[in-house]
Design a binder for this molecule. Sequence first.
Ligand code: G1P
Length: 298
Amino acid sequence: MVKNLIHETTVVKKAVIPAAGLGTRFLPASKAIPKEMFPVVDKPAIQYIVEEAVKSGIDDIIIVTGKDKTAIENHFDRVPELYSVLEEKGKKDWLKQLQEIDNLADIYYIRQKEPLGLGHAVLCAKKHIGNEPFAVLLGDDLILSDKPALKNLINVYEKHNSSVLCVQKVSKSEIPKFGIIKYKKVNGQIVVEGMVEKPAVNKAPSDLAIVGRYLLKPEIFGILEEIPFGKGNELQLTDGLRILNEIDKLMAYEIQDGQWLTVGDKMSYLKANIEYALKRPEMNKELSKYLKNSVDLI
Ligand code: G1P
């Protein structure tokens, strides 16, 4: 299989992308179309996530899907009828782009039969991952950067042999939306000492929020099998990580040179589209002009 995007080699070979959520924050748009398939400029959000994993050296990807998510499988599949039409019409560039999507990685699908939470979605991938370290990439979090963000976590894993969380500072008002870590700095590295899922501002141990990128040791599976359901009556990955942190070292990587853009709700989705479009040379000028004029009219 041709994997054009792979630039790196790494001991981390597998990634899990949970994509089984019901997308209630995006209704009615998400009623028939999985929110992971919503376009950011011209690519579905999940394609950026798969590309980030592949550019980080991972080519074995498990997408944990749920009810009504076949559009995701179709997107990464071959469509010979469409290719013949494009070939006949001489649309070589399009053909190349579509074939690149088919060849991005070895993608496997596992179905989460009930929406029982992020921890449960990750646990669904246990058999496929086996006894290896693996990455988790959440589809709601895009990281716009020249270097794939996940690669930075892999580097920390390889240097310290510890599981790694991706984090970024957030404002007070955003604290209740995320997992928040307690940490200390040792020789410039962030050592995690605890974490709370979506705390109230006055209960938050810091302002460093967990971004949806994780590099985990397989011990997390045994923990997720044992712990009770947590916040929202769901099996929370954050609860499992807190236990992992008690038995093993857990580090965090703070995003340095990328822009964390969430696409999990309507407003952040709109902003992400604008940021990604502004990075496109063919769109930047016209869109900047449009945005400027719109601001002047307000
Ligand atoms: C999940 C995690 C949370 C993390 C967030 C990042 O929450 O549980 O710890 O901060 O992703 O986007 P969710 O957004 O799925 O509710």
